[in-house]
Design a protein around this ligand. Sequence first.
Ligand SMILES: Nc1ncnc2c1ncn2[C@@H]1O[C@H](COP(=O)(O)OP(=O)(O)OP(=O)(O)O)[C@@H](O)[C@H]1O
Ligand SMILES: [Mg+2]
Length: 472
Amino acid sequence: MEKKHIKEIVLQNVLQYTDIGIHVIDENRKTILYNKVMAQLEGLKAEQVLQKDLLDIFPSLNKDTSTLIKVLNTKKPIIDKTQTYINYKGQKITTVNSTIPLFFEEEIIGALEIAKDITYLKKLSDQLMDLQHELKGNNYGDYTPRNKIKSYTFSDIIGKDKNMIKAIEIGKRAGNSPSTVLLYGETGTGKELFAQSIHYEGIRKNGPFIAQNCAAIPEPLLEGILFGTDKGGFTGAIEREGIFEQADGGTLLLDEINSMSWELQAKLLRVLQEGYIRRIGGTKDIPIDVKIIATTNEKPLESVKNGTLRKDLYYRLNVIYINIPPLRERKGDIQVLCNHFINKYNFLLDKNILGIEEDVIQYFYQYSWPGNVRELENSIESAMNYAPNNREYLQREDFASCSNIFIDKDLFGFSALNMKKPLPEYLEEIEKDLIRRTLEENHFNISKAAKKLGIKRQTLQHKIKKYDFRAK
Ligand SMILES: Nc1ncnc2c1ncn2[C@@H]1O[C@H](COP(=O)(O)OP(=O)(O)OP(=O)(O)O)[C@@H](O)[C@H]1O
Ligand SMILES: [Mg+2]
């Protein structure tokens, strides 16, 4: 069979079995391709659409409202546009569409639209927004969030390390200033704790505190969540306030700011500079008074360098900068944190643990804690569940589900080395362990880890493959 035919067959199958809607019109607006998914989305049958003028099928559309016709006229693509509409079967559908002009020898010969159904995601995000709105509504008048949701203040942040004390001091001052705050810390270092403390101990404590993780929501929906939507824009769009409006008079925590798209970062910057927002599809400028706390678990300047954080936004956010050190850099805090969590879980689990055996604490000091305070807290909670009822001091065996902590010392402690295996196997285990720890400490940055280990990048890459290490 000719290659051309094979390609055609493949293409036909892809078009039929993909879960993306596809609609192609020629230069006269006539539909030449309309797949099953697109038909389902629009509530039509292919034969109703094929070979017909687009405006005959969708009479409510015109050259401004139809993306296909617009692209045919402007010859410019429209990428990732969210649309909500009521289809021919009366179903409310939300899609993310990209519309692309088709050229042959520089002449436009048609336009292609691909549509991804995100109706269920949109529904979820709407429910989330309504819930948040309700929560805020219930608290009106006597706003006492402490009774409703668990909220933290600086007294909940445990740490005596000098860099930690410095971070807490800056945090306390940040709460009394209207300026934006940029919080940097690895996962589990307490960014959420800091953000809440800044709000609940600061001058805005009687206003709302709203947190949004920018990485958890699909990009096309995030804009609507932040700024809200208005009737108009497209059919079926609902009037809904965004979290900027909901957080008015209070604080908005934007978690993982560096995972926000470049375009949305630009929009956010504009809002921060101008002090008002405009809902999607709306025409009104709505003034807002919101304190922004943004967090990132990558060093902000590195994010700027690798292009995930806009430089202009970085400067706007970085008015007050707080760096929360990772646990491995403040090992002096391990003991106080252990005591704190033992007290906490004695109360919650109805136990009477007095402390942790000294040899286990020694393991804790040399462990790298990639999950930081969260990992320490979870390890203690787990051990307290495992420990027998008469236990006073937690022992190594109680930490059965936290084996990571104990790998290190076993390999180097000679007492554990009773030579049941040949030396090369021990050496391999030591190598594997050292590489694992160095990779974790360097966030799987191969160049940095190789430098630290004093080996070539390629050698390290080879060993990563051999031992099957992956970033978690
Ligand atoms: N200094 C601290 N004192 C007491 N508890 C802490 C401290 N730091 C973190 N924790 C506890 O560790 C857990 C994780 O903290 P938090 O959610 O604030 O981390 P995070 O930096 O926001 O992490 P992620 O980047 O994964 O979202 C929480 O249960 C919190 O109570
Ligand atoms: Mg967090």
